[in-house]
Design a binder for this molecule. Structure first.
Ligand code: C2O
Ligand code: CU
Length: 475
């Protein structure tokens, strides 16, 4: 890995020399990285009768620009920090070289305002991924910094998964004041110790959605992405039965969503195949009932009046081609127990912070309320949870002793869901972010095949900041 990277930079150097010597400027720029610039901007998040909202967006956009590449292709991005505080780019779900992972203090120094950092990696897996900051991520996420990263299948999907078109829905939520300003403080003790910063305004691709225009008979691939800090989404498609064809970017054997309802934790992605089987002119609701007492209509599925695209129903979608993930060997896998503790109504009597054992009250005074295996991460720290042998299989048994669900994310790898509360999960679904439900146990397994220091944390940034993060060293 190191060898090929240094060879690449030698080649890059040579290309630079020849470009300067011989090529016209247009050609010299051909190999230049795509610049991504997080910066303050304004966005019309709520209706035109409200003022615009001051946000932070990649290239000033909410959501950030969609980055698209083909599986196996290389992505070159230069981060130019236009924010008033340090930032990084993290490529969520990508199994990339550790140095490109964008974790300040672990894989790189945070990029200061006005500074830049070059990211370059090849995308090993096709699927739906995203990018976001890993610096001060509670605030930077809540102000809007997120964008989709789509890796297209190396082989055209025709013949494997035929759809008429595809769409990406980046779901986000915002906590706004009545004047449509982003409400402060960014991370209150209430948010840190409860369910995180849940907003009061939900947007789809940066606007409050009204209708999803569709044509009868068409088959659409919907790439859903939850970029909210803390909100879970559970979308119920009235009178429709979406197929789930990929979870967190990784293809699965297609299955029908139960009751037409799909659950999306913070950072989660789902690729759906939706057959638009309604009649021309019909309207149906998509309802989000993740919090049943606060269920609301996200949008209407709005059928055009035109004649159906096809006369008869399509057969079940075929599976997308699998990505090259190593299958964990459960027989020889080493088990690592992970206990989640803390938070309001939690059962954490005391825990260790910086090697010092403290009671809950002393921890709370330091803004720390969550622990992984009795260890509370200090500011900017990710305590070592274990050293893993390269190529070896591991089983994480994650026990949630808190009163809140936690979307637990592992960097640089995907893990396979193998059991919940002791009962085997037979679908064999890969996740990079798996929900640990309160008072429950979730088991995942993976091969530690990517060398480096990889974070394992709750993806609710308020929980991560307040202690719920750690790191595995693979080597
Ligand atoms: Cu989506 Cu540690 O990140
Ligand atoms: Cu959490």
């Amino acid at each position: 890995m190191i060898e090929s990277r240094s060879r690449r930079s030698v080649l890059k150097g040579l290309a630079g020399v020849s470009a300067l010597a011989a090529l016209p400027p247009g050609l010299a720029r051909a190999g230049a990285p795509r610049v991504i610039r997080p910066q303050p901007a304004e966005a019309q998040l709520v209706g035109p009768s409200y003022p615009k909202t001051a946000v932070w967006g990649y290239d000033g956009l909410i959501p950030g620009p969609t980055l698209r590449l083909r599986q196996g292709e290389r992505l070159d991005v230069r981060l130019e920090n236009g924010l008033p505080q340090p930032t990084t780019l993290h490529w969520h779900g990508l199994r990339l070289p550790n140095a490109m992972d964008g974790v300040p203090g672990v894989t790189q120094a945070a990029v200061e305002p006005g500074g830049s950092f070059d990211y370059a990696f090849e995308a090993p897996d096709a699927g739906t991924f995203w990018y976001h900051s890993h610096a001060n991520s509670a605030e930077q996420g809540a102000r809007g910094l997120a964008g989709p990263l789509i890796v297209e299948e190396a082989t055209p999907t025709a013949g494997t998964l035929r759809v008429d078109r595809e769409e990406t829905w980046l779901l986000d939520d915002w906590r706004l004041t009545k004047e449509a300003r982003i409400a402060e403080p960014m991370a209150s003790m209430m948010d840190l110790s409860h369910g995180g910063r849940i907003g009061n305004t939900v947007t789809l691709n940066g606007v409050i959605p009204e209708a999803w225009p569709v044509t009868a008979g068409e088959r659409v691939r919907l790439r859903l992405l939850n970029a909210a800090n803390a909100r879970f989404f559970a979308l119920r498609f009235e009178a429709h039965a979406p197929w789930v064809v990929a979870v967190d970017g990784q293809p699965c054997t297609p299955f029908l969503a139960e009751n037409g309802r799909v659950l999306l934790p913070p950072a989660g992605r789902l690729d759906l195949v939706v057959d638009l089987t309604g009649r021309p002119g019909a309207r149906f609701e998509v309802v989000d009932d993740a919090y049943p007492r606060d269920a609301y209509r996200l949008l209407d599925i709005a059928y055009a009046d035109e004649a159906p695209l096809r006369a008869s129903a399509l057969p079940a979608p075929m599976a997308l081609p699998a990505n090259p993930l190593a299958e964990p060997d459960l027989g020889s896998a080493e088990t690592i127990a992970i206990v989640l503790e803390g938070g309001a109504m939690g059962g954490m009597g005391e825990a260790t912070l910086g090697g010092k054992t403290m009671g809950l009250r002393a921890l709370a005074e330091r803004g720390k309320v969550w622990a992984l295996n009795g260890v509370v991460a200090g500011d900017g720290e990710h305590p070592l949870l274990g050293e893993l042998r390269l190529g070896r299989s591991y089983r994480l048994v994650i026990e949630n002793r808190t009163a809140f669900p936690h979307p637990m994310h592992l960097h640089g790898h995907h893990y396979k869901l193998i059991a919940r509360d002791g009962a085997p999960e037979i679908r064999g679904i890969w996740h990079d972010t798996v929900i640990a439900w309160p008072d429950g146990t979730v088991e995942v397994a993976f091969v530690a095949d990517n060398p480096g220091d990889w974070l394992f944390h709750c993806h609710i940034p308020e929980h991560m900041m307040a202690g719920m993060t750690g790191m595995f060293r693979v080597g």
